[in-house]
Design a protein around this ligand. Structure first.
Ligand code: SF4
Length: 290
């Protein structure tokens, strides 16, 4: 090479995460904002799409994997967590993202959600909460407020809503955050931090449904949400629970984060130090039932 030759440094490869499938959400749906934050988070991380899997259950927001160029799995209603867990256990090198709505996550998939939290599976779960069942035309969901009027609750829902943040915290989630689809930069940051966190990252994203929910609207959230107080210590579980259950404010930001042993690590350690190899265990089982 000549002495004065310029050295060119190749810029990092930028991958395209937007697929050719156009989102089929209603105009103005909050899920568009969440999708844009997902694109931005993936661009920031620079992963090759083949190293990422997007998993979902059923519902309007669960269509999200169609719109991302990663591998995708549009699963059964409420079953995003077991699918994501299996993928991560089978191939720990994958970045596993899961998406769904409040009904998918906390009603049909409520049991799976609890166990994903306590197992601390290294996946990032973004729940697009619109406090209604949008895909089935606007029934009350587990996060609908009491009194929510729909065609199936014409006198108003007689049930109290679930508290997703508190549920995640008491079930052992090691990363809990809350964002809003109309604040894409903040939401992108929370998703990036969630991906980088080693363990189960739960991000509750307010994502209004302008078609069916006329109560929990963009205007409502814009007026109601506040940033997590500057003096909040996200490593303090008690403080996180107080914030999550506050009746005075709706906080957005990082609620809780704590280093915790990740699902799979303990199993691998047991196998490494164990008396029996997986082959021995399987061999004994086959022999028993043959
Ligand atoms: Fe979005 Fe609601 Fe339309 Fe579903 S019904 S796409 S949640 S606006």
């Amino acid at each position: 090479m000549p002495e004065n030759a310029a050295i060119t440094v190749e810029p990092p490869k930028q991958y395209e995460y937007k697929s050719d499938v156009k989102p089929t959400w209603c105009p103005g749906c909050g899920d568009f904002g969440v999708l844009n934050s997902v694109y931005a988070a993936l661009r920031a991380k620079g992963y090759h799409p083949k190293d990422v899997v997007s998993v979902s259950g059923i519902g309007c927001s669960s269509r999200l994997p169609f719109f991302v160029t990663s591998y995708g799995f549009h699963g059964l209603h409420g079953r995003a967590m077991p699918i994501a867990t299996g993928l991560k256990a089978a191939n720990p090198n994958l970045t596993v993202l899961a998406f769904g709505g409040d009904g998918d996550a906390f009603a049909i998939g409520g049991d799976h959600f609890m166990h994903a939290c306590r197992r601390n599976v290294d996946i990032t779960y973004v729940v697009m909460d619109n406090a209604t069942y949008g895909l089935t035309k606007g029934q009350a969901s587990p996060t609908s407020r009491a009194g929510y009027v729909t065609k199936t609750t014409p006198l108003g829902s007689a049930e109290q809503p679930i508290n997703p943040l508190a549920l995640a915290l008491v079930c052992g989630a090691s990363y809990v955050a809350q964002g809003f689809s109309a604040r894409p930069k903040d939401l992108t940051d929370l998703i990036i931090k969630g991906i980088e966190h080693r363990g189960f990252s739960f991000i509750e994203a307010f994502s209004p449904c302008p078609t069916f929910n006329k109560v929990d609207t963009f205007t409502y959230y814009k007026d109601a949400i506040v940033d997590v107080p500057a003096d909040h210590d996200p490593a303090d579980l008690g403080a996180a629970l107080r914030l999550a259950t506050s009746t005075d404010i709706i906080p957005t930001g990082l609620i809780y984060q704590r280093p915790t042993p990740v699902f799979g690590a303990a199993h691998r350690q047991q196998l490494a130090t164990g008396v029996q190899s997986p082959q021995e265990v399987l061999g004994r089982l086959f022999k028993r039932f043959s």
